[in-house]
Write a protein that binds this ligand. Structure first.
Ligand code: NDP
Length: 261
């Protein structure tokens, strides 16, 4: 059988040179390092977020292969336009990274319907809408890579994050369904599931909660938090041609947290 994606000898398969990546929430934390690693691998990146200042600072730091758009992913009716504007300005989007996300730590009985909806709306519903907007165009071009950022909260029961875990578990299910629908058209869909990574979000979740921190570390065989670029390099690999036969998976990048005892 003819492999349309056959690589030529000496092709730099880990390179993202010539590819355009859209990274939501790319102004800070994990999203920023995904952008940084992708730029280092040769990609052009467009990062989004709600606040302009961090986006401006991030694009300055990333250099001339980086652009930003102020965008709130929860405004789902605007996402088709966002994709259209980016493609009109920069060309076809090859890589979508659904990184933007929010967390909330509360005992389940204290979570209001509004709390629950807000988390699921950002972390799951918006991810579907933006993915659909990009995938339509990627499918027509017969190429593309879509990455979701999942969580250990989708792998095992972490207390006080009911809405967050529900949203990330939904993302994991969506990866499998979308991969089964899109992959025949050259569009791969995968997730990266970070363990405990040093960012503003994890500082909020762990801050003032030494017991939670100790529990997280006890079951992490590498015995330390990950850095945002640990996710960044994994994202480069998953989006590159080196991963051309990988679709429908969730890759833990977690220092062993998901298999720790
Ligand atoms: P941060 O809180 O540090 O960064 C989140 C980013 O998302 C910010 O740049 C923020 O920008 C953006 N964002 C939030 N809401 C929206 C929105 N509605 N529209 C557009 N952008 C938005 O989080 P992390 O870097 O830690 O997390 C990134 C991803 O990784 C999330 O999906 C998170 O669930 C996941 N993750 C993180 C882990 C960790 O240990 N840190 C572990 C497992 C998963 P702005 O506020 O300007 O909109």
């Amino acid at each position: 059988m003819q492999d349309e994606q056959q690589l030529t000898p000496n092709q730099p398969v880990f390179s993202l040179s010539g590819k355009l990546a859209l990274i939501t929430g790319g102004g800070s934390g994990i999203g920023f390092d995904i952008a940084r690693c992708m730029v280092q691998a040769g990609a052009t990146v467009v990062i989004t977020g709600r606040r302009e200042q961090p986006l401006q600072e991030a694009t300055n730091a990333l250099g001339d292969q980086a652009y930003y758009m102020v965008n709130d992913v929860t405004e789902r009716a605007l996402l088709d336009d966002l994709v259209e504007q980016i493609e009109a300005a920069h060309g076809p989007i090859d890589i979508l990274v659904n990184n933007a996300g929010i967390n909330m730590k509360k005992p389940a009985l204290a979570v209001t319907d509004e709390d629950f909806d807000r988390i699921v709306h950002t972390n799951l519903n918006s991810v579907f809408s933006l993915t659909r907007a990009c995938a339509r165009r990627m499918m027509a071009r017969q190429r593309g890579s879509i990455l979701m950022i999942s969580s250990m909260a989708a792998y095992y029961g972490i207390d006080r994050v009911a809405a967050y875990a529900a949203s990330k578990s939904g993302v994991e299910g969506m990866v499998r369904v979308l991969a089964s629908e899109f992959s025949g058209n050259g569009v791969r869909v995968n997730a990266i599931a970070p363990g405990f990574i040093e960012t503003a979000m994890s500082k909020t979740a762990m801050g003032g909660d030494p017991d939670r921190f100790a529990r997280a570390m006890r079951r992490t065989p590498m015995g330390k938090f990950g850095q945002p670029d640990d996710i960044g390099w994994a994202a480069v690999f998953m989006a590159s041609d080196a991963a051309k036969y990988i679709t429908g998976v969730s890759l833990p990048v977690d220092g062993g947290n998901s298999i720790g005892f």
